[in-house]
Design a protein around this ligand. Structure first.
Ligand code: RIB
Ligand code: CA
Length: 323
């Protein structure tokens, strides 16, 4: 089986980081062509730095990391330091990455790589969709050059998490989401309806820590920080784990239940900005080119995550101390 070639567009973010770990732990199934970063959980100056930290921690200082859009297409910037901390990845001891940031802007990298690839890559998106929307707008010719987009975002049953009716990635740049969702590219959309089932309970957090290698320990430490907000907000016995559902779908689509639909996103109303209207019944006449995830095998997901985290070496990671 040939590995799926992916470009991961993200805003690390602790859960984005664990999604990167999951990709790096699965070289037989996933070939990471590059990482593009976007403003979201934190400004892009931090998300690009955090992506490089995660690459180094995973022993993948070879991966191309690009910085992308610093602000949404139209709405005012929205970040989530209240969840992810001032660094965007609190829980991890920060150092100055040795690996360099690529000089090419993420949007240029996306367009050039998609046009030049001999086999259409898959885009994995776990942040606001600004970079991908900009690439689609700049060069509509990339649409047939994208195998599919697997994205974390949106909500139907669950309501919103950043507002009563909108999930963060959709709300942070609703106009970008609108462009991507209407592009006609095949999309697998994993929203709060499934990620709110994936709760990192005490037992699962302990199981992650017990793995004992530096990557699993970093994953534990990051989630042990970022969970505070959701535990206080939802009062459940664990915080939802969002972004690793994208890589999990690529690795084990059988863990998820999806159904075809079209999805429209609110771009006008201040009250419902970023709301995703999921249409399974063709009412809105949109092409049903989106697979909406509505259920997940929770135990199967965490078994996969822990098995892959355990693949990282036990050797101590020697990082450069921050300046
Ligand atoms: O709503 C959850 C999403 O918003 C995740 O991608 C998380 O990292 C934040 O970006
Ligand atoms: Ca994210």
């Amino acid at each position: 089986m040939t590995a799926t070639r992916v470009i991961i567009d993200c805003d690390p973010g602790q859960d984005d980081a664990i999604n990167l770990f999951l990709a790096f732990a699965s070289p037989e199934e996933i070939e990471v062509l590059g990482i593009t970063t976007v403003a979201g959980n934190a400004p892009v100056a931090l998300t690009q730095r955090n992506a490089r930290l995660i690459c180094e921690l995973a022993g993948r200082g070879d991966v191309l990391v690009h910085a992308g859009c610093t602000a949404p297409l139209s709405v005012a910037p929205l970040t989530a330091e209240h969840v992810h901390g001032a660094t965007g990845i609190d829980g991890l001891d920060i150092w100055e990455p040795a690996m360099l940031l690529q000089p090419v802007h993420a949007v240029d990298y996306l367009v050039d790589t998609l046009l030049g690839a001999d086999q259409a890559p898959t885009l994995v998106a776990t942040g606001p969709l600004t970079n991908i929307a900009m690439a689609l707008t700049r060069e509509p010719g990339i649409v047939p050059r994208i195998e599919r987009i697997v994205l974390m975002g949106g909500a139907m049953r669950e309501g919103g998490n950043i507002t009563p009716s909108a999930e963060f990635n959709m709300r942070a740049d609703p106009h970008a989401a609108d462009i991507v969702l209407r592009s006609g590219v095949p999309i697998v959309m994993l929203g709060l309806d499934v990620t709110h089932e994936l709760l990192v309970t005490r037992a699962r957090l302990a199981r992650m820590k017990a793995i004992g290698n530096p990557v699993a320990t970093a994953a534990h430490d990051m989630l042990a920080f970022s969970e505070r907000y959701d535990l206080a907000k939802y009062g459940k016995d664990g915080a939802p784990l969002h972004d690793p559902c994208t890589m999990a779908w690529l690795l084990r689509p059988d863990l998820f239940c999806t159904r075809p639909c079209s999805v429209a996103v609110e771009t006008g109303s201040p009250l419902t900005l970023g709301h995703t209207a999921v249409d399974f019944w063709g009412i809105t006449q949109g092409r049903r080119s989106i697979q909406w995830a509505y259920d997940v095998d929770v135990e199967g997901f965490f078994d996969l995550l822990f098995e892959r985290l355990a693949r990282f070496p036990a050797a101590r990671f020697s990082r450069r101390r921050s300046a």
